[in-house]
Design a binder for this molecule. Sequence first.
Ligand code: NOJ
Length: 745
Amino acid sequence: MKYYIFLILSLILFVSCSTEESEDVKTFQSGQEYRTQIDSILAIMTLEEKVGQMTQFTSSWDVTGPAIDENYKSHIKAGRVGSVFNAHSAGYTRELQKIAVEETRTGIPLIFGYDVIHGFKTIFPISLGEAASWDLEIIEQSSRIAACEASAAGLHWTFAPMVDVSREPRWGRISEGAGEDPYLGSKIAVARVRGFQGDDLKDITTVVACAKHFIAYGEPQAGRDYHTVDISERTLRDIFLPPFKMALEAGVGTVMTAFNEYDGMPATGSRYLLTDLLKDELNFKGFIVTDYTSINELVPHGVARDEKDAARLAVIAGADMDMQGGTYMENLVQLVEEGEVDLALVDEAVRRILEIKFKLGLFEDPYRYSDEDREKATIMKPEYVEAARNIGRKSIVLLKNDSAILPLENITGRIALIGPLGNTNEVLGSWHGAGNYDHAVSLFKGLKENAPKGVSIQYAKGVDVANNDRSGIDQAVALALQSDVVILALGESEHMGGEAASRAQIGIPGAQMALFDAIKATGKPIIVVLMNSRPLAIPQLDEQADAILETWFLGTQAGNSIADVIYGKYNPSGKLPVTFPRSLGQVPIYYNSKNTGRPLNPMEKYTSRFLDESNDPLYPFGYGLSYTSFGYSDLTVEKATYQMDEEIRISVKVSNFGDRKGEEVVQLYVRDLVGSVTRPVRELKGFQKILLEPGQSRFLSFVLTQKDLAFTTKSMEFKAEPGDFKFWVGGSSTADLTGNFNIEK
Ligand code: NOJ
């Protein structure tokens, strides 16, 4: 108590004469702010208290892994905890904060974290789905709303965005990221960090973001979660690093380690990754939190003898806060006393953690986020729910639409809604924060409540998502036979996505395809509504359904968002952020692959191909249809030859040839034809989402700089190389309108 009063007094003095109030995103990374205040705090802290700041425990709510120590309240009281996660609500966070502030010797406030991945109470589409909108404004908006709600419920910190690039559909966590592309992933990372953190963390409607998982977690072998990652340094830097770099540039306050190894060393124990690369080379000044018990896991990984050794490795690597493992709490004091760990490392970690607490204003008022009135007034405001509906519909991708069967605009007859995902409110998606199923709009509800006059909708489940019980198929067929059109809601349950939810098969599970066959046999037109967390291999649906809508898991307003698209109130504009394979055997399959020395030639056996499968994906990256049609023409590049430091200007005319307004994602791809190392066949280097009225045309231009063309060269320098380049502009990664330019030596 004594020390707490001392702190307050000194802080009033320091804060009142500091000029840090107007800090912006750039100074956020400086690491110099609050130095004097932090020095004065460090000076009074015991080693045990310092280690306490480096320790994080989960509350008993929402536990997502092995709970090592449930007695977290007594640890808080003893000054052994710097952060609590999975505790929220203004009331509960106040109660815990009170223990830290009033009952510990230093009175240093806790920082409360939580996985606010795609919404807190108002749930937005899963991140992969939201990425399909290619709409940076709405992505920032959803993170902003999530931050407003979470911060009103006492939270200071979200473990998001997950910026792991992934080219692995078997991996359940592909749902949490922005897909397979480093460029799109980087843009989305920035939008999400901005949305969560705003311009100033002192604003109580913001939360600190956390870029995770550092690094390469998205490429586990066979897609099995937590499995080994074995990639080259070049792939690490060119594919997995860019979204982290951009999140850092946007001022992200924290980074989380990954469970996987890189080059034989688990990320959590890797000094190369955490200190040399992240803190030194990329100049990251925030703090690093480990993933859940990942320090302890250095033991089964086989790089530490026991947990003490694991704690030593992690702290030397540069991991500032131990999430849930208790390894720092149990061992760090002794490790310092024995001379195994330098005290300076502990001080450095504590500095980083305290700096974030200062930035959040917690030393000025530790309870500023724990305000019940604000919480009540903020959670699920009507405008947030409306935004979720809009963001949901913008995330839907129209994969097929034969004979323009969609939209069902002027329909008057009977619709049969069939399938296990048709009448469920489990549409929030994995990692749905504190979202409540009671608030979720099922597809059935959405279709009924938004139906045009004279339309009747009946529902039959047919089968479950994942078992082989076919007893409901007859009833579903009978309903189809009495109807004019069938909407068939198929896919995965939401629990098949997210952490520890890898699948060895990526088709439609259970007896759902038997249901599809039975409905197909009725001869009724079929509109498939897919709900799923990953790319699925669905060649039969592609061949036999009349229309397919990819709706991911859209969150609280799912049913209304889908209804808007089905009934034509919104013209779909989503584009795939990830390749959909034809079959599992094609995996990994992604658009920015290498050419190989024997690229496919269908007339030649000895070229890179399968005997029993095409090389082409079912749906390529960047693909998605609209109810209108767009045309591209007049592609020009300002000059044929450029100097390295010049801007390259490319322009194109995009036209809406249909009779309905619509949005199009105009995409620019580039290929560096000859490099000091092999280069991808195409790389996304720009995109713009535009709205065109019927018959309207617009000229768009893209500007490329050497930064856009940079890659990790043979000498491991990150730079562009002179030479010939080819580019394409169009509505997907298979765009064929093309041009060339050259960069002179
Ligand atoms: C483990 C997950 O890998 C990570 O993403 C998450 O933030 C933590 N658990 C905390 O829930």
